[in-house]
Design a protein around this ligand. Structure first.
Ligand code: PGA
Length: 251
């Protein structure tokens, strides 16, 4: 019932030329891929040119962050409606790197996600525990606080425009993937929590992506888990062939 989502987070990589070159290579590799939503998230400066390159394809465009105000004296920020203007349909919110290096909190995640959804974007809201938190047995407490804070005041209709990405911080960029069981355990916890917060049918419909060292050789195992509905991919999304192999996990 839930259409899988494979999203590539390009972080601070790729010039405009490299980004458009990559999607031109990617498009034919995934042109026949059906039943999967494919999304790429380049840097802000490449968004509009990548949108043009993606036009008419089955690949959607995401930004990696946004601000919550529509306009005003907010030097350096980008509003959700400007992302729509640039051609985005999705935006990543609250990635652990933003939480770790740029002061993102559950409260700012909440404001950004609400503003993104109000502008018509799908918000990909990221949660995940650090290694220290996992070792202290705090994984579920941390995820619960991030979800309750990040989704505070959400309605069921807003949840329908939301994708959750579970990314254990210790698995991001480290080559250490959570095992299929470890990931599934947290995904099931997230879905159950969302059921208590928003009702079972909303929880049954929401896509929960796994992120953290997803590669062509581990995606199948992860995707075979009941509550894993896709992947948020960093490193392996930077090359067309490996990202296409992940998007084509089912074939
Ligand atoms: P990774 O990054 O695939 O390179 O671990 C995932 C992410 O940060 O979204």
């Amino acid at each position: 019932m839930r259409t899988p989502v494979i999203a590539g987070n390009w972080k601070l990589f790729k010039t405009i030329g490299e980004a458009t070159g990559m999607v031109n290579e990617l498009k034919p590799l995934v042109a026949g891929t059906s039943g999967v939503e494919i999304v790429v998230a380049p840097v802000f400066t490449a968004l509009n040119r990548v949108a043009e390159a993606l036009s008419g394809s089955n690949v959607s465009l995401a930004a990696q962050d946004c601000y919550w105000e529509e306009e005003g004296a907010f030097t350096g920020e980008v509003a959700p409606k400007l992302l729509v203007d640039a051609g985005c349909s999705h935006v990543i919110i609250g990635h652990s790197e933003r939480r770790q290096y740029f002061g993102e909190t559950d409260d700012t995640v909440n404001k950004k996600a609400k503003a993104a959804i109000a502008a018509g974007l799908t918000a990909i809201v990221c949660v995940g525990e650090t290694l220290a938190e996992r070792e202290a047995d705090k994984t579920f407490t941390v995820i619960e606080a991030q979800l309750k804070g990040g989704l505070a005041g959400f309605t069921a209709a807003m949840l329908a425009q939301t994708i959750i990405a579970y990314e254990p911080v210790w698995a991001i960029g480290t080559g250490k993937t959570a095992s299929d069981d470890q990931a599934q355990e947290v995904h099931a916890f997230i879905r159950n929590l969302l059921a208590t917060m928003f009702g079972q049918s909303v929880a049954d419909d929401i896509r929960i992506l796994y992120g953290g060292s997803v590669k062509p050789d581990n995606v199948k195992g992860l995707m075979s888990q009941n509550d894993i509905d896709g992947a948020l991919v960093g490193g392996a999304s930077l090359k067309a062939d490996s990202f296409a192999a992940i998007a084509n996990f089912a074939v």
